[in-house]
Design a protein around this ligand. Structure first.
Ligand code: HEC
Ligand code: HEC
Length: 302
């Protein structure tokens, strides 16, 4: 009897020990991934200074979602505060106190946006550079020119900090991209961005962020890695049951611009139409053209 107890104890001890060891090594791997350096050369960049380019830069900053994450005055926000993952802060991009505006050269800023790394080469957390890697030179330069033109805001905030479990979680889930720099094909030349015209091709260029929620095939479904209380993302292809064809081009423009159409209200807390509404009519038409050109899929074939 005694020895049976003893062996159960030993076995339990070994199991607990293995779990602790496993957790600690996942934590260590997480630390290593966050401290890893990416060697990506800086590129010369010349920023426009004319009023039209700055206004256009502001619009790009808005419809690409930068403003939603970095704040209307670019002052920085608490992007995530979740004990299971940690506290993620978007930096103050201005030259005020606590801002990185005066600490970064234009080339460092541009590299951060495209490649998701800090000046020392370490990866940024959650900054969606996987999408911005494909931005055209002109769009990137205008957005950056706008960032450089905003008045300084004093806002000092702590640096982003993953929690212990955050370091572990980042190694066991593929559903959330903690470090976009890890999946960007840095060495490859990014494809040339399409001409800004009402084409499905340009629509695809404008719709990269939609895939995060509506899925890679844009057929919608439950959004992986998001809180369970979120509604499923609707089907954005013209497959069976999709509302997309029923909006029509003008209706689609109105829906994204105002968040509602035919009595359908889209929850802005879920679907970031408040960013996308800054697209021009032609840009939204291009998005609609692109979505309507997709192979029709049944709902949820992500
Ligand atoms: C989904 C939210 C999100 C969006 C959208 C977003 N950012 Fe960020 N950005 C972040 C976070 C989070 C960080 C800081 C990450 C960290 O602390 O590791 C960051 C960091 C940065 C940095 C700082 C890099 C450095 O050198 O420290 C710059 C510059 C930046 N973002 C610019 C932009 C621009 C321009 C856009 C739009 C084209 C944009 N961001 C869109 C979340 C976002
Ligand atoms: C952060 C996640 C997220 C992103 C990014 C996102 N959406 Fe959505 N979208 C949703 C959710 C969730 C809903 C459903 C909201 C509701 O039911 O209130 C929705 C609803 C919609 C609807 C209404 C569809 C219908 O049939 O009722 C359209 C149209 C739409 N999104 C288009 C887009 C486009 C175009 C993009 C990219 C330019 C995009 N979404 C990006 C989450 C997202």
């Amino acid at each position: 009897m005694r020895s049976a107890f003893k062996w159960t104890g030993v076995t339990l001890g070994v199991i607990v020990g293995l779990i602790v060891l496993g957790t600690l090594s996942l934590y260590g791997i997480g630390q290593w991934r966050l401290k890893r350096k990416y060697d990506i050369p800086l590129q010369n960049i010349a920023l426009p200074t004319d009023a039209d380019s700055l206004a256009e830069g502001r619009r790009i900053f808005q419809y690409r979602g930068c403003e939603a994450c970095h704040g209307e005055q670019l002052q920085g926000l608490v992007y995530m505060d979740n004990p299971a993952i940690g506290q993620v802060i978007t930096p103050n991009l201005t030259t005020g106190n606590g801002g990185i505006g005066s600490l970064r050269t234009d080339a460092e800023m541009a590299r951060a946006i495209r490649h998701g790394i800090r000046p020392d080469g370490t990866p940024l957390l959650f900054m969606p550079s996987t999408e911005f890697y494909f931005l055209s030179e002109e769009d990137l330069e205008k957005a950056l020119a706008y960032i450089r033109s905003v008045p300084p805001v004093d806002n000092e905030m702590p640096a982003s900090q993953l929690s212990f479990t955050g370091f572990v979680v980042m190694n066991i889930t593929g559903a959330i991209t903690f470090l976009p720099a890890e999946i960007i094909p840095h060495e490859k030349q990014a494809p040339t961005a399409p001409e800004p015209r009402v084409t499905a091709e340009y629509g695809a260029y404008l719709s990269m962020s939609c895939k995060v929620c509506h899925g890679l095939t844009l057929s919608g479904g439950a959004i992986t890695g998001f809180p369970p209380e979120w509604p499923a993302a609707p089907n954005l292809t013209s497959g069976k049951g999709s509302r997309l064809p029923s909006w029509g081009e003008a209706g689609f423009v109105e829906l994204i611009r105002t968040g509602q159409k035919h009595g359908r209200m889209i929850g802005a807390g879920y679907m970031p139409w408040t960013s996308y509404r800054h697209m021009t009519d032609d840009e939204l038409r291009a998005v609609y053209l692109y979505l309507m050109s997709l192979p029709p899929k049944d709902f949820g074939n992500r």
